[in-house]
Ligand binder design. Sequence first.
Ligand code: SF4
Length: 354
Amino acid sequence: MNSKTLSQKLDALTRPAQFTETLEEEKVRCFACAHRCTLKPGQRGICQIRFNEKGELRVPWGYVAAANIDPIEKKPFMHFLPGASAMTFGMLGCNFHCDFCQNWISSQALRDPASNGAGNYVAEISPEELVSYAQRSGARIIASSYNEPLITSEWAVDIFKLAKQAELYCVYVSNGFATPEILHALQPYLQGFKIDLKCMSDAHYRELGGSLQVVLDSIALAHSLGMWVEVVTLVIPDFNDSNEELWDAAKAIACISADIPWHVTAFYPTYKHLQSPPTSAEILQRAADIGQEAGLHYVYAGNLPGRVGSLENTHCPQCSTLLIERHGYMVYRNVITAEGYCPHCGTKIAGIWG
Ligand code: SF4
């Protein structure tokens, strides 16, 4: 599928935007993400998938490029209904262009011609059908993931409205390049927000297409709005794995709340970032040690199941009792009480458990 064909296919699967404002001379300003693109008729946003058509912002609606039943641990969330299934859907496109993206075929659609094949995954579907799929599969959670959910928030909200009626939980798996307005708009529907903190260098963030401070502000605002937030840093050798940068990341999270789980996960060379070696278990252990020293109560090492000791497990921050034992995405044992307390010392364990 060439770029023009893919663009025509995706443009047909759109609706008028909700998260936008109308300006003079048929211009629109989108606030679904912090790029805040101002678009004249005929222009496309930085994400390429939202576009101004005759003075109206059109946004993706009515399809998925993937929909799967995954363990919630895969998102990853460790303090959000452990062992529950999450019906996870994704569309196409992103507002970043990370050269190490592990989902680049779906995220870089319309931005990188090498990902035009993603158009073959597009399947038309309704919000009702997706929620029904979640219910029939026994999922307790619906997750917007795989591509950047912020840029397809109208579609997510229409699904989440039905999910809420069906008493399902809803989460975003996001890069956190959000505006305050979109976080406030999502707050009634979202119980969980996984945010990537990709590095602590603003120069590096700008190379990826974002800004460090915006992401830090999103973590703080999502937390203060009452969403359950977990933060992930993909630790990439020679990119963001210095002691100083890991310390800065851990302190930044701890300053918002020591109860926010921090996942330090292993990188594998992919897409255009082939110059760094895979992250070793030793590097993840060092990152986790730094996180704990910075005061974070819950630090996890991901993507190397069975090779990171107890860093896949949850321990009580007060008495160190083993509370949840995991291997990869599998939960072997969970002794946290239904009300969310350590059964040994009675400490409240932050998270959503019941
Ligand atoms: S979602 Fe972000 S990148 Fe896309 S049009 Fe809106 S502001 Fe621009």
